[in-house]
Write a protein that binds this ligand. Sequence first.
Ligand code: DP6
Length: 398
Amino acid sequence: MSSTYTASITAPVNIATLKYWGKRDTSLNLPTNSSISVTLDQADLKTTTSAMASADFTKDRLWLNGEEDLQLSQSKRLTQVLSSLKEKRRLKEAKDESLEKISSWFVHIVSVNNFPTAAGLASSAAGFAALVVCIAKLFELDDDMTELSKIARQGSGSACRSLFGGFVAWEMGSLADGSDSKAVEVCPLNHWPEMKACVLVACADKKDVSSTSGMQLTVKTSDLFQKRIDEVVPERFEQMKKSIHDKNFALFAELTMKDSNSFHATCLDSYPPIFYMNDTSKKIVKLVHLINAFYNETVVAYTFDAGPNAVLYYLEQNELKLMSFIYAMFKDLNGWETKYSTEELNKFISNYDSLKLQELNLDMEIVKGCTRVILTRVGPGPLTIKESLINEQGFPKN
Ligand code: DP6
């Protein structure tokens, strides 16, 4: 085999606290509103991607979780992302004669998630972010993350926010060519490292409507939507950035919950209506409000994407308060033992007893609508790794 180039990286999942919902340009993936998200820790949720370029390869190929994904390899999104990256490399080669002309070669890409795709978590965000950063590294591009986020955005809108760790904004921009629609860091991970997340994975029937087509239906048919993008989100965008800068959890939580509700309201207001939250999701919403009312303090916020899973944001210092409820109610799910010692788990139970939470008649059946719990926290952006998922011939290892 002639000479090859390889690169490997990992990229995180992000969960929006101010939702992206609606495109003003479907081919460039330009949104109708700006959005904000928290990047989650890759120890719990990540995509690992390796890429190899070789003059011997005969086409661009992609393997996802062990299987070649022909549909994705041939999709417009992937083709567009790869050609943008190849174009950047071509410009670099044109400026520097000494560089090998790998922009004309094909690439093999191998990608693996460390979480079950069946969990219904936004894997496309981590996936496209990983792919873009990995190929940028393979091509030794000099672009910064904001510049690369414009390419990741074309793969999947939410992917542009996974290029940064911590707290991230996707600024919608206004130019027709999308050159100002990009992700920027609001605050780094170490600004508010106490931010934790508890994902309650709900039993889902097959995903109702994909986010791509769901948001188009909302843009076309919902009357509420116009008010959301004209007034509600622009104001909330500024307030939420400030709440993060100020580490004002009560405000951050209120805005997060209201924005999740607003987004799901525009889904219900679409025609025909789209339902992403199910009965379990709604019970979790009520539970969160009950917990905050019980303590007379905002200790937790919920948010739901295009599916029934609940993502709960809370601060580390309120863990005992929150988990006295959540562990007692969801202890039968997998995911607790790897994060807490038996002693810590017992402390949650004894606090449940001493606060006399049994007297609240909590609905202990909610757990039946969930399959697992993922306990995680705010985390860093994409990371370079040494080990590769690709063997010397350019195929997935093992
Ligand atoms: C509800 O980024 O998956 O999670 O751009 O069509 O790929 P495409 O959509 P996608 O939509 C995410 C929608 C959301 C909200 C969010 O992450 O901001």
